[in-house]
Design a binder for this molecule. Structure first.
Ligand code: FES
Length: 184
């Protein structure tokens, strides 16, 4: 019986090949290689971390009490203009009324502002055609007009006419309070 057990579990290690020694060599080699890779890679990885200045610009907080009804301010965010518009009741009504209109990039007005905050429109202020900055109050839809090649955006910032393919982008933002918004 003892022979059967011994035969079923033969020693697979060749004579002179000490398994403990062999495993140690493999582990040491792997550790050395890993250490070398990490040592070389770190300076490059470290360079990819954003600087403190960049992090500070990644998000911006804005005091909404500075924008009267019917006005908008343009602030700079991540190197781009950002429109913060305090819409009038008439603007909101017009935007909602046009929800069903034919548009190149259909979107409902309520999907372009935070729930219950229809008066506040926060938009990246670059035309989605070639990046010019549209101005408010021009064009055929009461919203923004891009003078570069004639794109008309409505009071929701949706593209309605012209070469721009997309609506003015709504960035990621949140309300910190009723009067303070954080973008980014
Ligand atoms: S960049 Fe605005 S229409 Fe061309």
């Amino acid at each position: 019986m003892a022979d059967t057990v011994a035969g079923a579990n033969p020693d697979t290690h060749a004579a002179g090949d000490d398994p403990n020694r062999r495993d140690f060599i493999h582990i040491a080699a792997a550790a050395a290689a890993g250490g070398a890779v990490v040592g070389l890679a770190w300076p490059f990885i470290d360079q990819m971390n954003p600087s403190g200045d960049t992090l500070a610009l990644a998000s911006v907080e804005f005091d909404l009490t500075k924008v009267a009804e019917g006005q908008q301010v343009t602030i700079k965010w991540r190197g781009k203009p950002l429109f913060i518009r305090n819409r009038t009741g008439a603007e909101i009504a017009r935007a909602v009324k046009d929800d069903g209109a034919s548009m190149p990039d259909p979107q409902k007005d309520e999907d372009r502002h935070k729930p219950g905050k229809a008066q506040w429109l926060v938009l990246v202020g670059t035309c989605t055609h070639l990046g010019c900055v549209p101005t408010f109050g021009g064009g055929d839809y009461g919203g923004w007009f891009c003078p570069c090649h004639g794109s008309h955006y409505d009071v929701s910032g949706r593209i309605r006419k012209g070469p721009a393919p997309k609506n003015l982008a709504v960035p990621e933002y949140s309300f910190l309070s009723d009067t303070k918004v954080k973008v980014g």
